[in-house]
Ligand binder design. Structure first.
Ligand SMILES: [Zn+2]
Length: 79
């Protein structure tokens, strides 16, 4: 029986940007972590790393959670 190991990122709910109310997007970095960033102001969450497929889904959800509770860092330096 085949197992679908693909991760449906579309099922992960993202709220609007806590800083500018822009749209957040979940991104995957070179197959080792996720983070969520704002398409408008560039604010982003910390990376959530994973090693296995099981951890991968959890990492994606963790990144979304950080975003949804407003734990983001600004892009611009000196702030
Ligand atoms: Zn923003």
């Amino acid at each position: 029986m085949e197992r679908d190991t693909s991760l449906n990122l579309a099922e992960i709910e993202l709220q609007e940007c806590p800083l500018c109310r822009g749209d957040g997007i979940i991104e995957e970095e070179e197959g080792w972590c996720f983070y969520v960033s704002c398409m408008d102001c560039g604010a982003h969450t910390a990376e959530t790393a994973y090693k296995t497929d099981d951890e991968r889904m959890a990492a994606a959800e963790k990144a979304a959670h950080l975003w949804n509770i407003g734990k983001v860092v600004r892009m611009d330096p000196g702030e």
